[in-house]
Design a binder for this molecule. Structure first.
Ligand SMILES: [Zn+2]
Length: 427
């Protein structure tokens, strides 16, 4: 009961905080900054950087590697990496995610680059997370709603929202999709939360008449939602597809009523590290003012984002035009002068879908500067030929000659991993 009261308390605080931020007042956000500063004094890693003022750029920029290397020093509860990793791995193997260390829940993320990340959350942080999700994603309703949640691990976070009005059903993405489809058909959820690759399988089952569902809300999480997948899903589900930009590092952004992602700037500080000369693409550097057990301060994500200006909804929170993928997904070639040419994943996505209208699914993997692997799923026999010719043509126009493309007979996508259609696998 206490937990639910906490959720209610934070829900009100978050709504008030959002209102202040959108009215142009930093009063409440500054209060969160002061609170975070106090917590950082308990972190051996951050303590030396806490001075009288909280000047964000006096703190070091960290990434996933530093976050894990300095795990013991960074957290404010004196927890050790070995102890937490053991608990998380046991939970992963047994698929029982209930054990905790004191009031701290330990989550494990594989991350798209394969390196493991651990995240710690206290009861208070879980209550705040739930409030944020209720406010920005689920929305409030007096009607009882069933939510189908597709996850790779049932972290204690997700069970927390269960109530008389919200009924959560966990779908383990490692289990058979056919079973899930049957279960969904019985459950008839009002809301489905899943990664695009799972949503597409559900939509295909609806399209083929295998199941009948009419959920009121579809929320895409965890993977990049491409414009073509989005329009396919919207066509089948007959509604806008909402998105949540969330990762181990926190709940970062959610879509507004116009379907545009906005950073939760009322409790996040977002800095932009531009990665192209036109200053359109950037890596976000995140400071989460709500996380205190394992502080997230100036954490650089390797996601590639494009900023959107002036969303029609009028929110002051920074809008995102698109999430292109990760910097690991930028493909690198060499031209005739042996200079490196970096090309963003979105370019390949466009070439592939525009070169043939019958392409249903695809994957492009780079193995070397002059060696690509290509998987094309299509109803037309000619698609593969058209796509590979378009790719070669584009590369040659950029001075990249003699690229070898190997055809993949089946999709390299592994269940449980994040689906990435353009990948750089060069060592
Ligand atoms: Zn908006």
């Amino acid at each position: 009961m206490f937990f639910k009261l906490q959720i209610l308390y934070f829900l009100v605080s978050i709504k008030v905080g959002k209102w202040f931020f959108n009215s142009g007042s930093m009063f409440l956000r500054n209060g969160l900054v002061r609170r975070l500063k106090n917590h950082l004094k308990q972190s051996p890693f951050y303590k030396p950087f806490v001075n009288n003022g909280f000047v964000i750029n006096s703190f070091p920029i960290v990434n996933k590697k530093i976050f894990m290397d300095q795990f013991d020093q960074m957290n404010t509860r004196s927890l050790k990496l070995d102890q937490c990793m053991e608990l998380a791995l046991k939970a992963e193997a047994s698929r029982d995610f209930s054990p905790m260390i004191r009031d701290i829940s330990v989550g494990l993320s594989t991350g798209t680059s394969g390196n493991r990340g651990l995240f710690l959350t206290s009861v208070r942080e879980r209550a705040m997370w739930v409030s944020c999700i209720l406010d920005r994603v689920i929305g409030f309703s007096f009607k009882k709603r069933k939510i189908a949640f597709f996850l790779r691990a049932n972290n204690n976070l997700y069970k927390a929202v269960q109530s008389g009005l919200l009924e959560f059903h966990f779908f383990d993405i490692f289990q058979s999709m056919d079973d899930h489809i049957l279960k969904l058909n019985k459950l008839k959820p009002n809301i489905i939360v899943a990664q695009p690759s799972v949503l597409i399988q559900i939509a295909s089952a609806i399209q083929s008449g295998q199941i009948f569902l009419s959920p009121g809300k579809i929320i895409s999480v965890a993977e990049v939602l491409t414009p073509e997948d989005k329009s396919f899903l919207e066509r089948i589900f007959l509604q806008n597809v909402h998105q949540v930009y969330q990762c181990t590092e926190g709940f970062l952004a959610a879509t507004c009523t116009y379907g545009i992602l906005h950073f939760n700037e009322d409790f996040l500080i977002i800095e932009k590290k531009y990665i192209d000369s036109e200053k359109t693409r950037f890596h976000p550097i995140i400071t989460d003012l709500l996380r205190s057990t394992q502080p997230v301060v100036r954490y650089e994500l390797n996601d590639i984002l494009i900023e959107k200006e002036n969303c029609a909804c009028g929110s002051r929170m920074m809008a995102i035009e698109c999430i292109e993928g990760r910097s690991d997904d930028v493909l690198v070639f060499k031209n005739q002068r042996n200079e490196k040419i970096k090309l963003f994943p979105d370019l390949f996505r466009k070439i592939i879908i525009l070169s043939d209208e019958f392409v249903i699914d695809y994957c492009l993997i780079q193995k070397d500067f002059d060696y690509l692997k290509l998987y094309i799923h299509s109803d037309s026999f000619d698609s593969y030929k058209k796509v590979s010719a378009a790719l070669i043509n584009e590369l040659e126009e950029r001075g990249v000659e003699n690229t070898f493309i190997e055809r993949l007979g089946s999709s390299p996508f592994v269940i449980g991993e994040k689906k990435r259609r353009v990948k750089n696998e060069m060592c």
